[in-house]
Design a protein around this ligand. Structure first.
Ligand code: ZN
Length: 156
């Protein structure tokens, strides 16, 4: 195993042990909120992921989730939460990150992921070599995508 691989493994383990964003949603009164349940039957992972969006700026002001599953699914949701929080992503920005993450995960290790867009999520690149685990890694991201669609429909 390369030094980078073991660094990535440590990061994933760390996120699965001390997940970021797990808990109740702390939304302001004016925010548009959405919640989505996503289930991955091939592994048994599930998540309820909620967001609160500022209706004027389109910025995701809060994200929270509850879930259970394998360490990849939980670490991935945690890394996603950190990304949304640290980058103060808007709806558009979040869609861009989800697209980049999906591309990386479905590329079977054949593309160089954009670290500027994905941050720590590049640690999950190795997952793309295991077709069975792709849905685990995508779980939280698919849930966020569904939430964003709900919010966009309400904002329109
Ligand atoms: Zn899983």
């Amino acid at each position: 195993m390369s030094a980078l691989d073991s660094l990535y493994q440590e990061l994933i383990l760390d996120h699965s042990k001390r997940p970021i964003g797990k808990g109740a949603l702390d939304a302001s009164e004016s925010a548009i909120t959405a919640s989505h349940h996503e289930f991955n039957p091939s592994c048994g992972d599930e998540i309820d992921l909620s967001i609160a969006v500022d209706p004027a700026s389109g910025e995701i002001e809060a994200l929270a989730w509850e879930g259970q599953g394998c360490s990849i699914s939980m670490a991935s949701a945690s890394i996603l939460s950190q990304l949304v929080r640290d980058e103060r992503l808007t709806i558009e920005g979040a869609h861009e990150r989800i697209a980049a993450f999906r591309e990386m995960i479905q590329a079977r290790g054949e593309t160089e992921p954009d670290e500027e867009l994905l941050g720590d999520a590049v640690a999950l690149q190795g997952v793309s070599k295991f077709v069975m685990r792709v849905k685990c890694a995508m779980l939280g991201w698919v849930a966020l995508e569904a939430d964003l669609k709900q919010v966009a429909a309400e904002r329109a």
